[in-house]
Design a protein around this ligand. Structure first.
Ligand SMILES: C[S@@+](CC[C@H](N)C(=O)[O-])C[C@H]1O[C@@H](n2cnc3c(N)ncnc32)[C@H](O)[C@@H]1O
Length: 360
């Protein structure tokens, strides 16, 4: 089968060009020649001269036929028969790290399962067994079960909304499922920026590796950021991510700290400064929030975005509690929204809180 040899960085571009000209052999896969080049199969009607492909080389080689549709189909029939009903139905990918929970019944087959994932999912480099969250920072216990290129490190980069965040799912918390929340937070920051007519001071005391921060920074609406996490590994990654963002978008300053958020208000230098306060410690937000209010800038419109786990039945009651908490602190609430963002258990839900207020 004739194949066009293209620079690997231009694979997607050539796939588009060939497909739109009707020159792509549909149903075949792209073949990796080496790190720099890929081979794409040409259809019968594709021209024969390199001149039609900006001088790229055409060679004859065996085509790559489509593989199995699911990683499970890559297990041997024998294995599938023994453990099929215990196989995981879901998994999570963070950057090039795949995380999967395994039932005890399949543990002896972890190697084969890991390799099936690697064969099926090209971008995945390391497959890890997930033994659940542990420790005070609720970080997952991960054990690599299969990997490529002799590299079983769980250091990785997650791309979200076009921004790369260095992370390590074995050391720091990152929920890829909150990407939409972060997009919405960025829209609120834009709104506040437009109301205040100046760039914002943003505080993120439970920042993890910093995924709340990339969008407002890339929107160019940040003056200063103070972000922190109590987990030293997360704080180190946060510093790295802010450094990378600073090298791309230089018009803001930042401070990344490893600290207990509840200590921040004890430093007068941190108080009465934040235009935006993120509070993402879902099991404790209700308890922590009153202690963090001194961080908000006084006599100026401020935004609080928080996430909480609440009993579904207690959403209204919690809203009233938060209103009293703000009123007691002398804040005039202009707008308050508290709504279910996603389910958490049968009775509890993950709730999003948005408050615009002015503290007298
Ligand atoms: C739910 S995660 C949120 C992380 C990040 N904002 C995100 O959206 O991915 C909560 C974070 O708070 C950190 N944390 C827990 N207790 C803390 C405290 N008292 N002060 C500061 N950070 C804390 C944890 O280490 C964790 O990274």
């Amino acid at each position: 089968m004739r194949h066009l040899i293209v620079p690997s960085k231009k694979t997607a571009e050539w796939l588009d060009k060939l497909r739109s000209s009707g020159w792509l052999m549909e149903g075949t896969g792209v073949i990796k020649i080496d790190d720099d080049f890929r081979a794409i199969a040409l259809s019968q009607s594709a021209p024969a001269s390199s001149d039609d492909y900006e001088g790229l080389e055409i060679i004859d080689m065996e085509g790559k036929l489509p593989g199995p549709k699911s990683w499970q189909n890559r297990l041997s029939p024998n294995t599938y028969e023994k453990i099929g009903k215990f196989l995981p139905n879901s998994y999570e990918v963070q950057g090039d790290v795949l995380i999967v929970k395994l039932e005890p019944e399949v543990l002896d087959f972890a190697d084969e399962i890991g390799n099936a994932f690697l064969e099926q999912l090209n971008p995945v480099r390391v497959v890890c067994r997930d033994d659940g969250v542990q420790g005070e920072f609720r970080v997952r216990k991960l054990t690599p079960i299969a990997f490529r290129d002799h590299n079983n490190s769980t250091d990785t980069v997650i791309r979200e909304h076009g921004i790369g965040y260095h992370t390590n799912p074995a050391k720091a918390y990152f929920s890829a499922r909150l990407g939409t929340e972060r997009l919405e937070s960025a829209h609120h920051c834009l709104r506040l920026r437009s109301d205040l007519q100046r760039n914002l001071v943003i505080y993120d005391p439970y920042a993890g590796v910093g995924p709340n921060l990339g969008l407002p920074i890339s929107d160019g609406i940040v003056d200063h950021i103070i972000a922190g996490d109590l987990n030293p590994a997360a704080a180190e990654l946060l510093e790295k991510n802010l450094q990378v963002l600073k090298s791309k978008f230089s018009n803001f300053t930042y401070k990344a700290i490893c600290a207990d958020a509840l200590e921040w208000p004890n430093d007068p230098g941190y108080c009465n400064k934040a235009d935006v306060l993120f509070a993402n410690i879902p099991h404790s937000t209700l308890n922590h929030l009153p202690k963090l209010l001194p961080l908000l800038k006084r006599k100026s419109l401020t935004l609080v975005r928080g996430w909480l786990i609440l009993e579904r039945e207690q959403i209204q009651e919690s809203k009233e509690k938060i209103e009293s908490m703000f009123n007691d602190f002398g804040a005039l609430i202009h707008e308050i929204d508290i709504e279910e963002a996603k389910g958490f258990s049968t009775t509890k839900c993950f709730t999003r809180l948005t408050i615009y207020s002015t503290i007298e």
